[in-house]
Ligand binder design. Structure first.
Ligand code: ATP
Ligand code: MG
Length: 275
């Protein structure tokens, strides 16, 4: 079975951490209305890791991602990137959400050039930078289109190009392909792998699809039902496979079953919870 348990917070991994999540808890609301979203999450992401997180709905996955993006603060614990505390949003961390948050009044090219422009890149370089990422995500020829003229899959490509255009070291992706049809999703999964190999980015990926997590990632983390904690984590061996043929292999099916069983236990607990 090409899937092995791993301690994502081992001392070795901590020594070479790109990102360190240290005993992070997060609560929302107060008194009777208080909700504990995350509880003592410890985690290390190393450079070039492609780490996927799966967990039942409402277990705190997006909350964790928002804390790493710098949009939310932990109630307890701390998060670090390159050993420096994460204290707010920063161009070093690119974020892609489920629905591409594109500027509807700007062309594809301008959407992608916006980040580099805000970071102070010279005007004459913006077009070339944007063109580079447009080509990388396969949108050549669409630079002057507006988002409403694009399919959902193409809009997500723009979202990914826009995140990449700032050349972030860490990409934080929250179910970026969830709204896409299966065929588009599989094609984009293959492309994101290609981009990951080419750019050597470090990626945190949230998904509800076990197959997507296994196909893409070097590591898979299963979270518990809320409050989200690390239930299990694995190092996986399918991230080198170029296309979806690997998903039909016996090893892949066995790995899928393993994660499915873990996730199902948590989904059952999650079903019985009330907010
Ligand atoms: N800003 C907020 N204010 C209050 N409660 C919040 C806030 N953000 C998240 N929560 C609560 O925290 C819990 C975790 O939410 P989160 O969005 O992180 O879950 P998730 O794992 O991403 O779920 P899903 O898989 O459905 O996207 C939920 O109970 C949610 O209602
Ligand atoms: Mg979410």
């Amino acid at each position: 079975m090409i899937i092995e348990p791993i301690d994502l917070y081992s001392s070795e991994r901590r020594e070479n951490a790109k990102v360190r999540v240290q005993s992070v808890s997060k609560r929302f609301g107060e008194g009777e209305a208080e909700i504990s979203a995350l509880e003592h999450v410890d985690l290390v992401i190393q450079k070039n890791d492609f780490l996927s997180i799966v967990g039942p709905s409402g277990c705190g996955k997006s909350t964790l991602l928002k804390i790493l993006a710098g949009f939310e603060k932990p109630s307890e614990g701390a998060v670090f990137m390159d050993n420096k505390p994460i204290s707010g949003p920063n161009a070093e961390r690119g974020v892609v959400f489920q629905q591409g948050a594109l500027f509807t009044w700007m062309t594809v090219l301008n959407n992608i050039a916006f980040g580099p422009m805000s970071c102070g890149k010279p005007r004459h370089e913006l077009r070339d930078i944007a063109k580079h990422y447009i080509d990388l995500v396969g949108l050549d020829g669409f630079e002057n289109r507006y988002p409403y003229e694009l399919s959902g899959g193409m809009q997500q490509r723009v979202g990914i190009a826009r995140a990449l255009a700032n050349d972030p070291e860490l990409l934080l992706m929250d179910e970026p392909f969830a709204a896409l049809d299966q065929q588009t999703r599989e094609l984009l999964q293959e492309e994101i792998k290609r981009i990951w190999e080419k750019t050597h980015k470090t990626i945190l990926w949230i998904t509800h699809s076990i197959e997507e997590a296994l196909f893409l990632s070097t590591h898979v983390l299963v979270m518990t039902a809320r409050p989200g904690r690390v239930k299990s984590s694995f190092i996986t061996g399918f991230s080198n496979a170029k296309d979806h043929l690997v998903t039909t292999s016996l090893e892949f099916t066995q790995a899928k079953r393993k994660i499915f069983e873990l996730l199902r236990e948590e989904a059952i607990i999650s079903e019985t919870q009330k907010d």
